[in-house]
Design a protein around this ligand. Sequence first.
Ligand code: C2E
Ligand code: MG
Ligand code: MG
Length: 672
Amino acid sequence: MHRKNNIKKISKKGILPSVLLFLVFIGICQGMFLSFVISFAGYVIDSKASNFYDRAKQIGQIIETNTRDMELSDAVLSMKPYLSEQEDIAITDENGQILLQFGHTAPDFNRADQISIMDNYVIYPDVNTEIPTESTLNIPYLELLQRSLDIMTENKSDNWDEWLGRNIIDSPFWTEIPIQADGFRIYYKDRITLAARNALYIMEAIVLDAVLLVIFLIILFINVLSSVLTQRRIVNLYYLDTTTEGKNWLYFIQRSNKILCRLRNAGNTYAVVNLHMDRFQDYCACYGNRDGEELLKKMNAFLQVNIGRQETFARFAAADFGLLLRCQDAQSCEKRIKKLLAELTGIPNDRIISFHAGIYMISPSARHQKSAESVQPRRQLDVNQLYHYANAARESLPEKDTKHIKLFDDEILQEQLWKRKVEDMMEPALLNREFQIYLQPKYNPISQKIVSAEALVRWISPTDGLIPPGRFIPIFEDNGFITRLDDYMIGAVAKLQSEWKIQGKKSVPVSVNVSRANFTKENLADHICQLIDSYGADHTLIELEVTESAFFGDKEMLQKIIRELKSYGFRISMDDFGAGYSSLNSLKDLPVDVLKLDMDFFRGEDTKKRGEIVVKETIRLAKALKMQIVAEGIERKEQVEFLAAEGCDMIQGYYFAKPMPVSDFLERMELN
Ligand code: C2E
Ligand code: MG
Ligand code: MG
């Protein structure tokens, strides 16, 4: 969940903030440029207008001086020779009615507010001059920019100097002359001009701004593009399975959820599949890790081609792939997987590989079902859990199965629920001492006396009663709790032996199982020794049973641990010899004291004769290697007789006794 949020953060972080930041930056730059251009244009126009006003003030001073000797009208008239052709003076009454003027035009007081109010003087347009009124902004220099643009585009002359000399603005304007004249107002008119030369700077600023804007936009585009590409690369890396170079498990989970929750897939049946290549480890050991990886890549490429758009897949671990397939029903799904498995088997031309698959079916969404109550909403489905159900279905296939495909069913569900229950209960059970030690005697077949015993665990649960080891040992082996249980049992056996010694009871060596999971601990021998010594038990009365399968692990480590244990005086037995994949080599390499023949040797009527030959020869072999022999699972008299005749040292089986509580065992020992 956390990883999913991270990748979402990466996706969002990638573009949005940088684009927004960049747009804000462009906005600020544009604002700064615009205000610069506007103030510059304003400055140019303001200086023109103030020249105009200065002239009006100068004329006003002359008129004011003249009024000392003459009437106001005469003083105004006396100015005429000093005025240029485009200059004009007008006298109005207080209501703006013209009383005297040189030219034929007049200030247009009605439009005064549309022109400009500069600092503390007012400029009025001329009544005869067309002032464009569309500018709602009421800023004349925007007008000016517009005009300069017009002139630039209209300019057909190649003569640059001539063009620069042209006027962009050339309009008559009026302003009031500041003069004391009771009941009268005097206005001065001149043409205000603005040459293209003056506007050129403004134009340059505008062009520069436009160029900068384009550059910014290009940078923005490149920035966004590169962050999109980087983000895509990160996401791809995030979902990469480095071994197959395909997608990883996280991708599978997220993509599966997406597909399953898609509205248009609501009516479809889906299957979560665990596809498992058998003995991939052996393949790697045989052909090398590189070939193993090559094979996984090929499998990935094959699935890539054979998986649809509304389906997905990814490698889970080792050579296990998870698939989400769209199927009509379980039958068609099985058919399709069968075909896939057959084709996958053919991937390495000259090498034999095989596959098994487990399937968990997902029904269409609730609203596509007649009885919707039993259907879990797809949004709530935990694809990872479903994959483990499919995996459990595959693992439940019997070893000798030929179908290679198994659908998850209620029986497997019950197993899964039991597994969870056991995992919830195991810790408190250990604390509450619910695990109890049972002893199964081992008899000498000739004297028919107890010569040893095996300690076997029983779980006496207050809720579930007596639970046999087969129901929980494999679960503990899976989750690692077995090492804790083994410690508990070894301690319990040591305690028993030391109590018997203190109480002066007759005693025989007791063997205890040490699961193969322990053999990854380098200091195992010291650990066991300390545990036993903490109860003060005699080492020679304790035997440690190691199952034969443990002998296929790290052989050197195992040899070292066994030698150490033996040096501390413990006896070592090889349990279940002959079950599964036996290797005579383990007899050669490992200095064990006791060989326990698996009960499978004594099962099956049709192979009885052959079995007897194997047992006979194994006993001979063990004797030659100076090992003691224990036969397990002996239930019948003739088996005992046969084993006694062949020189088997001990018999452990229901014929003599089943595993029993310690008190029952002690009673038997009394009679021994
Ligand atoms: P194992 O160590 O090979 O123990 C022998 C199993 O064979 C015992 O099963 C025993 O009850 C059963 N058995 C003995 N004689 C006969 C017979 O004549 N007929 C039949 N049908 N069965 C017979 P159990 O007690 O159910 O234990 C099963 C396995 O669970 C053990 O096989 C051992 O691998 C494991 N186990 C039991 N207790 C412990 C323990 O404390 N620690 C570890 N690591 N494993 C244990
Ligand atoms: Mg055993
Ligand atoms: Mg055994």
